[in-house]
Design a protein around this ligand. Structure first.
Ligand SMILES: [Fe+2]
Length: 248
């Protein structure tokens, strides 16, 4: 379902800084989208409290996920790629009505707005990466009893869910993300392309894995499934997923 939603919502235009500035100056924050219904923030886990102005700290040391993900990969991924999305967003939003909005609000307001494609892409990538770092844990974690029961109802076991998450994430063509979400009360595994994020389709994210090549290429080269199997089996943060599940 999500893939069809995302394909319909694929952003096709890229605005220059100047055109984005003009677009934002005309954009009354909070207004209803001109094309179709806007997604809501009802499924967004706002606990992260992410400001569009500040790159949040990495929740662990750069070498904490070794040997699954090297300190070099995490250092470049967080310090260069993730930081760049925030830096780009600052430039795009400077002097616009969205400058003081939350990152989640910026994502919702810019989604499916062709003239705001750069804003959406950088804001959503900033948010997705915040979610990704928190979706991983150096320590072994376990789901809450409530989430464990939901996993067993839907997938049979946590191993079966992990297998589905790896398969779905590995099958993303090109850059994107694999997600465990809640879709209208049911757990589901979905994938999104490029910067797309599930909450714009009213799916509540519980966990994500990054399948952009920058997430794994230094360590695994073209072996994306190996990166996924190792990461999903060793480092998913089930405590984070459980907390998210409580808020759905
Ligand atoms: Fe990434």
């Amino acid at each position: 379902m999500l893939n069809s939603l995302i394909s319909r919502r694929r952003l096709i235009a890229t605005g220059s800084l100047a055109s984005v500035g003009v677009a934002l100056s005309r954009f009354a924050f909070g207004q209803t989208a001109q094309t179709g219904a806007k997604p809501t923030l009802s499924v967004v886990p706002a606990y992260l409290g992410v400001s569009p102005q500040t790159l949040p700290p990495l929740p662990y040391a750069e070498n904490a996920l070794e040997p699954t993900i090297s300190a070099r990969t995490v250092g470049i991924h967080y310090g260069k790629h993730h930081r760049a999305y925030f830096d780009n967003l600052h430039k795009l939003l400077a002097g616009t009505p969205l400058e003081q909005a939350s990152l989640e609000q910026i994502i919702v307001q810019s989604h499916d707005q062709p003239t705001l494609a750069d804003v959406f892409n950088n804001a959503a990538q900033a948010w997705n990466h915040n979610f990704y770092w928190n979706s991983l844990s150096p320590a072994v974690t376990a789901p809450s009893a409530k989430l464990q029961a939901a996993i067993e109802r839907k997938f049979g076991s946590i191993e079966a869910l992990s297998k589905a998450l790896v398969a779905t994430s590995a099958s993303q063509f090109g850059s994107g993300w694999g997600w465990l979400v809640v879709d209208r009360g049911e757990l589901a595994v979905v994938k999104t392309g490029n910067a797309e994020t599930p909450f714009t389709a009213d799916l509540a994210p519980l966990l994500t894995v990054d399948v952009w090549e920058h997430a794994y290429y230094l360590d695994y080269q073209n072996r994306r499934p190996d990166y996924l199997v190792a990461t999903v089996s060793r480092h998913l943060n089930w405590a984070f997923a459980s907390a998210n599940f409580e808020r759905v």
